[in-house]
Design a protein around this ligand. Structure first.
Ligand SMILES: Nc1nc2c(c(=O)[nH]1)N[C@H]1C(S)=C(S)[C@@H](COP(=O)(O)OP(=O)(O)OC[C@H]3O[C@@H](n4cnc5c(=O)[nH]c(N)nc54)[C@H](O)[C@@H]3O)O[C@H]1N2
Ligand SMILES: Nc1nc2c(c(=O)[nH]1)N[C@H]1C(S)=C(S)[C@@H](COP(=O)(O)OP(=O)(O)OC[C@H]3O[C@@H](n4cnc5c(=O)[nH]c(N)nc54)[C@H](O)[C@@H]3O)O[C@H]1N2
Ligand code: SF4
Ligand SMILES: [Mo]
Length: 702
């Protein structure tokens, strides 16, 4: 028996921790993982690891993970060969487009699409051939408002300013819980250490959240907020900054600051207080403290993105950073300078060039809001969606009104899924094409280096051999593209492996052949723990991609949305709003099949404040019924002082107890799906992003 130690970045969440993975080769020649630990020599993650990392081994060994293409006939699954699978997919997709037009096929790309680099480099090689306008992804149940805001203000949807957490004196977090999520659109491995360092150097951490989250619990100040009330709070803050003369100038060229000052004038802290449930004195004080800090940063994430004013919120976050002089400044918010720069290699994005057929929702960068996916399938007429391709996604559990989508999938003519499992979504597929596991594949993170709090880079080779007959995700897309092009008589440009693409991008990049770094895959191969390319630096003035080359501070479409905010009603008595939550041992919908992560007491209860429970004569641990416009669920309630009264919390990604699902471990603790309660009609009016937080519900005894 021989043991080898491999260094490898974890791709399971945005934190991209470096790991040391020991692999034993047994006398039978088989290689098995024997331990997974944090890599202390990774200059970025410095040894950090979270409980989810063991899932890398559990995915590897999971008997439910598919090893070859599977075709469904009725309720039976049959393993088939790759050539047959590619030909079948090409034939069905082509003939449906022949009969009903290109838009009859919809595409949904899920979250791992941006974690697995072969999916980043090659999914469009095939999906682009379909030429459908019905493209959807997890972006519109997540960060779409952030891309749209950057597109409108900075001219590129990926010019996303990242909090300079290591140098700031004051961090204001709204709707993010990095202690559970490990940071998001702020790739920050050991976030707890970095937040403790902020406090140790005399800095302040303020968290705004309807739940006293793990991050709120370590903050200097936590403000409860009525779900969906952040736009009101942020307006109150911005108004106070102007009203009390606290705004500083910015070095950035900017158009429209005066227009914003005028537009925001009616939105005083006093007027906004009833909408957000935070008293005006606290709002004004927060604005003063933020402005008084030498270096401050306002950061809004998931919780403020997935609400009915998502774009307004993220715009306000940017404007507050700008007018306090903290945008593009050390200790404020800074854009990264990654080795492989997607900002340089992609267009700035486009918005509302076309709309969804049924509800007229706007496209952004070629994608429509996924809240419209089910209605595009269920509404008859020219252009109706009749087939679906899912890639690394589980929209039945992840998108609003998942039951409606579940029903819609059953009526499709054909469904193809590129996925590892037969889960709540892919159980409806006619064909599932599974890829190799992550550790059988090499890895370069082009997404999260773009979002990291330092400029870092790292490439790691596969650490386990590719099983015979298995294909990587990118090879599946090449196979599909070739088969489809053949069937449709299309010409196909040749392609190269992802690693070759990354090598070329590294050499062309700012640390490439023309620089003293001379980065290429060869150099990264000699630095398996990763390389630190330095702290974030001011660079936005030179990179603004707007036509004016200035920050467009006052996009009309966003200013117009202020009117909707002004018309909002304050909380009605007895109001009960549903929000989500994340746990450090869970990851969206697909990590509940690993015994080591899921063991222990259940974590998918409904959290409710004891006062709200008393009013409803509910007892801790009892079964309750939750109702919303879209559905009714039964779940155990747990009394929690962490909750703001009037707010209940249920994590998403559960609900594995449905027919057809092949996830043995997950099905033993199935839980219920929060998205059977969320409402596809609740959306951010500007971007169409789903409002998964702040859903009105009723709760009573089951
Ligand atoms: N109510 C509520 N809903 C939410 C959220 C919330 O906070 N509350 N969060 C939203 C957010 S932020 C997101 S990102 C979405 C996520 O939504 P989705 O992306 O739709 O869902 P995931 O659970 O990430 O599903 C990932 C799928 O990819 C498969 N997979 C994993 N790795 C690979 C791989 O390497 N290759 C392939 N081909 N497949 C792979 C898994 O088997 C699984 O089926 O959910 C959203 N939904
Ligand atoms: N362990 C773990 N890590 C993950 C994931 C996971 O599922 N599990 N998912 C990954 C993904 S895909 C993403 S996008 C990131 C997300 O990372 P984060 O953005 O940090 O997301 P959450 O941890 O869901 O934190 C959102 C917070 O917003 C709060 N919130 C809800 N509604 C409102 C509101 O109206 N206003 C305010 N101010 N707050 C509100 C919630 O109580 C919660 O504490 O995490 C990633 N990391
Ligand atoms: S925080 Fe955990 S899941 Fe995320 S990259 Fe690090 S080890 Fe992996
Ligand atoms: Mo996400």
């Amino acid at each position: 028996m021989t043991q080898t130690l491999h260094h490898r970045a974890c791709h399971l969440c945005e934190a991209i921790c470096g790991l040391n993975i020991a692999v034993n080769r047994g006398d039978d020649g088989r290689e098995r993982i024997t331990s997974i630990k944090g890599d202390p020599l990774d200059p970025f993650s410095r040894g950090h690891i979270c409980p989810k990392a063991v899932a890398l081994q559990d995915i590897q060994d999971d008997p439910d993970r598919l090893g070859q293409p599977h075709r469904r006939v009725g309720s039976q699954w049959h393993a088939i060969g790759w050539d047959e699978a590619f030909a079948l997919a090409a034939e069905r997709l082509w003939s449906i487009q022949q009969a009903h037009g290109q838009n009859a096929i919809a595409v949904y790309q899920g979250n791992p699409s941006v974690h697995n680099y072969g999916l980043m480099t090659h999914s469009n090689y095939f999906l682009g051939l379909l030429k459908t306008r019905n493209r959807f992804s997890a972006t519109s149940v997540d960060q779409l408002p952030q891309h749209l805001t950057s597109h409108l203000m900075y001219g590129h949807g990926l010019l996303l300013p990242i909090p300079d957490i290591d140098h700031t004196d004051f961090m204001l977090i709204l709707g993010g819980n990095p202690l559970a999520s490990n940071g998001s659109i702020m790739t920050v491995p050991d976030v707890e250490k970095r937040l403790k360092a902020l406090k140790a150097r005399g800095g302040q951490l303020v968290v705004v959240d309807p739940r006293r989250s793990e991050t709120a619990a370590m903050a200097d100040r936590h403000l409860f907020i009525r779900p969906g009330g952040d736009a009101a709070l942020l307006c109150g803050l911005l108004n106070t900054l102007f009203d009390e003369g606290l705004a500083r100038g910015s070095h950035l060229p900017a158009n429209g600051v005066e227009q914003v000052r005028e537009a925001i004038a009616p939105f005083s802290a006093e007027a906004m207080s009833p909408l957000c449930g935070i008293d005006a004195v606290s709002i004004r004080q927060l604005a003063r403290d933020f402005a008084a800090a030498d270096k401050a940063v306002c950061y809004g994430r998931m919780g403020v993105s997935t609400q009915t004013f998502g774009t307004l919120c993220h715009w306000l976050v940017q404007v507050i950073n700008l007018v306090t002089g903290n945008l593009d400044r050390e200790g404020g918010a800074l854009c990264t300078e990654p080795a492989v720069d997607l900002v340089a290699s992609t267009s700035g994005g486009h918005f509302n060039v076309w709309q969804s057929r049924v509800s007229g929702l706007p496209e952004y960068a070629g994608e429509l809001p996924v809240a419209a996916l089910a209605e595009e399938m269920l509404t008859p007429g020219a252009g109706q969606v009749r087939a679906l391709v899912t890639v690394a996604g589980n929209p039945v559990l992840s998108t609003p009104n998942g039951r409606q989508l579940d029903t819609a999938l059953q009526g499709l003519d054909f469904m193809l899924s590129i996925d590892l499992y037969i889960n709540e979504t892919t159980c409806h597929a006619d064909l599932i094409l599974p890829s190799t596991s992550a550790l059988e594949n090499d890895h370069y993170d082009s997404t999260f280096n773009l979002l990291a709090v330092r400029n870092v880079t790292r490439f790691n080779r596969a650490i386990l051999p590719k099983p015979q007959g298995a294909l990587h995700d990118w090879e599946i897309f090449v196979g599909l593209a070739q088969a489809f092009a053949r069937r449709a008589g299309l010409a196909l440009k040749p392609t190269v492996a992802p690693a070759q693409m990354i090598d070329a991008a590294l050499r062309k990049g700012r640390y490439g052949d023309a620089s003293s770094w001379q980065l290429s895959l060869d150099t990264l191969d000699t630095h398996p723990h990763g390389l630190d390319l330095g702290p974030l630096r001011a660079n936005l003035s030179a990179r603004l991609a707007t036509v004016s080359k200035a920050v467009e501070v006052a996009p009309q479409i966003i200013l117009d949305d202020l009117r909707r905010l002004a018309a909002q009603a304050p909380a009605a008595p007895g109001e009960l709003l549903l929000i989500g939550r994340r746990h450090v041992r869970s990851n969206n919908s697909w990590m509940h099949n690993f015994h080591r992560l899921i063991k222990g007491k259940a974590r998918h209860q409904l959290l409710m404040h004891p006062q709200d429970m008393r009013q409803r004569l509910l007892e801790d641990g009892q079964q309750v019924r939750i109702r919303s416009r879209t559905g009714t669920l039964e779940v155990e309630v747990q009394a929690s002082e962490e909750m703001m009264p009037g707010v209940v919390s249920l994590p998403h990604g559960f609900g594995h107890g449905r027919q057809g699902v092949h996830l043995q471990v997950a099905q033993a603790q199935p839980g219920v799906s929060a998205n059977d309660l969320t409402d596809e009609r609740l959306r951010d009016a500007v971007s169409g992003n789903a409002a998964l937080n702040g859903v009105p519900v009723h709760v009573d005894a089951a």
